[in-house]
Design a protein around this ligand. Structure first.
Ligand SMILES: Cc1cc2nc3c(=O)[nH]c(=O)nc-3n(C[C@H](O)[C@H](O)[C@H](O)COP(=O)(O)OP(=O)(O)OC[C@H]3O[C@@H](n4cnc5c(N)ncnc54)[C@H](O)[C@@H]3O)c2cc1C
Ligand SMILES: NC(=O)c1ccc[n+]([C@@H]2O[C@H](COP(=O)([O-])OP(=O)(O)OC[C@H]3O[C@@H](n4cnc5c(N)ncnc54)[C@H](O)[C@@H]3O)[C@@H](O)[C@H]2O)c1
Length: 476
């Protein structure tokens, strides 16, 4: 056996998903050399099995619903969604699961790429093994950055692994709608994929263990999404604790107490686990299978040469937050390589402060749920003095123009001592694009008194901001 090839870089990035790509890009722009290690497709989960294909599956349904909600335009919608064309459009967004365009970008950005499975082999060292068993030994002068993401969890349900359930990957890459789809879990993936596949022809049954959907969001969000799923024809069940699964011929049968649920496929969407089980973590004294414990500069506690960025640290499992962490961590790595002090002070260029206080997210259901910062329950748990202000979006002129009979809700959580926004949630059609204004107000801690001067254009749905301010004022 030949000795492994040895190479040294300033920064070794393990995992070329959206997070790893951004770490490598920023450190190279900062004058360091970097290599990306990837075992599957360059671009990772978001490009091929998560954000992009799932949103492509949902968009046609949303566009049709929007057209049908405008009298005059509705009359022009005389047919049904073309499922084959929707799936073909989804395939075009994943580039047919071919990563050559992203590989081209990596090369153009001055980043080296090594394909294969990387594992830590002691401090500053990663050994990559390719499909033929060839090894490359990479040494990092400044940092090893682990960006290996997360995988779908399989709950401890007897027989579940044996029924070959769909994970999120299968639910976003399926070539056809199953006739009946069981969905286990009523979080982001469960709600979005139930919406998508019901509209594309499946009869979906969604089984949620707890009392509501999207449990981390404001309760009004889960209620609105449950009502809308029901309206679409999804059978939504709450308080269901599935204990066993089996296949009877082509049929999947789930057992929960005295109830049985039957489908052609079952999607398991009950959350994520760190993709760290086979990374050689024990060689550096860390626990395999756990999220990497990091500080606000994304440095692993007690290991100044090791960083954990994106899903792999379990802080916020969202593409845009992984990319944000990547920018902050890369800035910290570049500064430390230059011998500069990095203190990770809140809101500094090297700290991922928004992870704690200002994370935006959109659930692309119909209605959409767009939120940033703290919910009322989180403000309560954090012991912050607050008041909740709520207003129906359907009463806004812009919303009634947007869709006949528009229904939706805006909820602002206001810090009553500092008079700034702690969090905002919008539930309704087309609200995703309202979110960034709220994110800026929360991150900037813009005083309510100053927000009155941020005048929304008439007649846009953004007038919701004015109504929220009036409701806040009139409640004093
Ligand atoms: C169905 C679904 C829909 C989603 N939709 C959205 C959305 O709309 N918006 C949003 O913000 N977020 C969404 N997310 C979350 C988002 O996909 C993740 O937060 C994001 O992909 C994390 O990026 P990452 O780079 O940290 O990890 P990943 O994208 O998982 O990248 C990790 C990379 O590391 C590679 N890798 C792993 N181990 C090794 C190893 N040992 N050696 C070499 N390479 C390795 C993997 O092959 C992969 O390419 C969704 C998630 C799911 C499941
Ligand atoms: N639009 C987006 O931004 C988007 C879309 C999809 C996923 N994501 C990200 O991916 C993460 C993972 O998504 P997810 O939906 O897998 O997890 P999740 O944490 O959002 O939801 C999991 C749900 O499963 C339920 N559950 C847990 N165990 C169960 C069981 N045994 N039976 C029935 N229900 C059970 C939980 O109550 C919860 O509602 C999300 O938290 C989010 O960060 C984001």
């Amino acid at each position: 056996m030949t000795a492994p090839e040895e190479r040294t870089y300033d920064v070794v990035v393990l995992g070329a998903g959206s997070t790893g790509e951004n770490v490598a890009d920023v450190v190279v722009k900062g004058g360091l050399s970097a290599v990306l290690v990837e075992s599957e497709l360059v671009g990772g989960e978001c490009s091929y099995w998560a954000c992009m294909p799932s949103k492509a599956l949902l968009r046609g349904t949303e566009a049709l619903a929007e057209a049908r909600a405008v009298d005059g335009a509705a009359q022009a919608v005389t047919g049904e969604q073309d499922v084959a064309a929707t799936l073909a459009r989804r395939d075009s967004f994943t580039h047919h699961w071919d990563d050559s365009s992203q590989v081209g970008w990596v090369k153009g950005a001055g980043i080296d790429l090594v394909r294969g499975t990387g594992r830590l082999a002691g401090e500053r060292t990663v050994v990559v093994t390719d499909a033929e068993g060839n090894e490359v030994r990479l040494t990092a002068r400044s940092a090893v950055v682990v960006c290996t993401g997360s995988v779908g969890k399989l709950p401890p349900v007897e027989g579940l692994a044996d029924v070959r359930p769909w994970g999120p990957r299968e639910s976003t890459s399926a070539k056809a709608a199953p006739r009946r789809l069981l969905v286990l879990g009523g979080g982001y993936v469960g709600c979005e994929m139930a919406t998508a596949w019901q509209a594309l022809g499946a009869q979906v049954t969604l089984l949620q263990r707890g009392p509501r959907l999207l449990p981390a969001a404001e309760p009004q969000a889960g209620e609105a999404v449950a009502a809308a799923l029901g309206h679409l024809g999804v059978d939504v069940r709450f308080g269901v604790d599935v204990t066993a699964a089996r296949r009877e011929g082509d049929e999947v049968v789930l057992t929960a107490g005295d109830d049985e649920f039957r489908g052609d496929e079952v999607l398991v969407a009950v959350g994520r686990a760190a993709r760290t089980a086979d990374l050689g973590l024990t060689t550096v004294g860390l626990e395999p299978g756990e999220y990497l414990p990091v500080d606000d500069t994304l440095q692993v506690e007690g290991k100044p040469w090791l960083y954990g960025v994106g899903d792999v640290n379990g802080r916020k499992l969202l593409t845009h937050m992984g990319k944000y962490q990547a920018r902050q961590a890369a800035a910290a790595i570049v500064a430390r390589a230059r011998g500069e002090q990095v203190d990770g002070a809140p809101w500094s260029a090297t700290a991922a402060t928004a992870d704690h206080a200002a994370t935006p997210s959109v659930v692309f259901t119909s209605p959409q749920v767009a939120s940033v910062g703290r919910t009322a329950a989180q403000a309560e748990a954090d012991g912050l003095p607050h008041r909740v202000v709520e207003y129906p979006i359907g009463s806004i002129a812009g919303a009634s123009l947007f869709a006949d009979g528009y229904t939706g809700t805006a909820i602002a959580v206001v810090d009553t001592e500092r008079e700034v926004l702690l969090g905002v949630t919008f539930v309704g059609s087309g609200v995703a694009e309202l979110l960034h204004a709220a994110t800026i107000a929360v991150v900037g801690e813009v005083p309510i008194a100053r927000l009155w001067h941020a005048v929304p254009s008439y007649p846009t749905i953004s007038e919701i901001w004015l109504r929220l301010l009036e409701t806040w004022r009139d409640g004093d």
